[in-house]
Design a protein around this ligand. Structure first.
Ligand SMILES: [Ca+2]
Length: 364
């Protein structure tokens, strides 16, 4: 047998063949002892077979490892591809689908006076405001610009919110006027408290039969936060929904009407009780409102699909907590849609000899 391999180097670096190398290196044939030689030869052959088996098994392991590496490389390629796709996606700027109209002004009437003719989202900056803010302007074909303060239309937005939310506003303003929102007490204060011409608050209501009614309040104004955004108006100007803000005689108590009136009430939320009741009206009703003890008109109440609801539906406290305007529907009937919006008193009455009423319902 001729050994042509550098045995020393094999022994050092190849774990699969070093045993063979060592074996051959140490093997010394003895021709004088042929039996012993044959035995050793046979034994050596067995060993070679065994080593070959080991080599094959380790080759298989190598193959498996190579497959594993290939598979990982493919996954790396896939991830790189995904990464490239994401980079491309991120390099395209997001398209802002919300269209904001360019005209600005003190309020929506001011914006309409400047020539804006379409309803939509505008920036206003009332005298008292340090920064402009976004509002939905309802501009009709007579050039009247209503600034919308509150919108209920489908119950998708919860009005069970705390003081900060009621102060700052919540919900979404949409250019097509399809969403619910509360503009925020601070903005309402800034709009109304510094106005040179008093505002009329127009409340628009829709019931579950689709009937629409309204109520107008003159010289509507919201006080400062230090006065808990107190509600002021001079008088009920009119409207076929009736004057629920003046309170209502429910027949429960002789003082019902006084205790459910709203003019001069501070705003209350579940976490900020400024009502005239020993308990907490806003907490019981799960809303924010100019609570007395508690209400006859309650437009931030819980949304009840279909209108009619009961004490059982009202939850833990079992009080009337729907969207209520009792001079139209009783307190166990929750309205379908509401709007609160303001316009300078000089522009509330439509020009051109048209009757006020249904025609003036802009967004509902
Ligand atoms: Ca209280």
């Amino acid at each position: 047998m001729t050994v042509l391999i550098n045995l020393a180097s094999l022994g050092k670096y190849c774990p699969t063949t070093c045993g063979v190398a060592d074996y051959l290196f140490n093997y010394t044939p003895d021709s004088s002892q042929s039996d012993l030689y044959n035995k050793k030869s046979s034994s050596m052959y067995d060993d070679v077979l065994r080593f070959e088996g080991t080599i094959r098994s380790q080759e298989q392991q190598l193959l498996d490892l190579q497959n594993f590496v290939s598979s990982n490389e493919r996954r790396m390629q896939d991830l790189k591809q995904l990464s490239r796709q994401l980079e491309q996606t991120c390099s395209v700027p997001c398209k802002d689908t919300v269209e904001i109209q360019p005209t600005t002004g003190l309020d929506c009437q001011d914006i309409s006076n400047k020539g804006a003719t379409v309803s939509g989202l505008y920036y206003v900056k009332p005298v008292m405001a340090t920064d402009p803010f976004l509002v939905y302007c309802e501009i009709d074909n007579e050039g009247r610009g209503f600034t919308v303060l509150q919108r209920r239309r489908n119950g998708l937005l919860s009005f069970k919110q705390n003081w900060i939310q009621y102060k700052e506003g919540f919900g979404y303003l949409s250019p097509d006027d399809s969403t619910e929102f509360w503009l925020g007490l601070e903005k309402m204060h800034q709009l109304t408290a510094g106005a040179s011409i008093p505002y009329v608050l127009r409340i628009e209501l829709v019931d579950w039969q689709g009937i629409q009614r309204y109520a107008d309040y003159n010289s509507f104004r919201i006080g400062a936060e230090a006065d808990k955004y107190r509600l002021f108006y001079s008088y009920f100007k009119g409207g076929d929904a009736g004057d629920a803000f003046d309170g209502f005689d429910f027949g429960d108590d002789v003082s019902d009407k006084i205790y459910t009136s709203h003019n001069g009430m501070q705003f209350s939320t579940p976490d900020n009780d400024n009502d005239k009741y020993d308990g907490n009206c806003a907490l019981q009703d799960g809303s924010g409102w100019w609570m007395n003890r508690c209400h006859a008109g309650h437009l931030n109440g819980r949304y009840y699909e279909g209108g009619k609801y009961t004490e059982k539906d009202a939850g833990e406290f079992a009080f009337d907590n729907g969207i209520i305007w009792v001079t139209w529907h009783d307190r166990w009937y929750s309205l379908k849609a509401t709007t609160m919006k303001i316009i300078p008193v000089t522009r509330i009455d439509s020009t051109g000899g048209q009757q006020s009423g249904i025609k003036q319902f802009g967004g509902l």
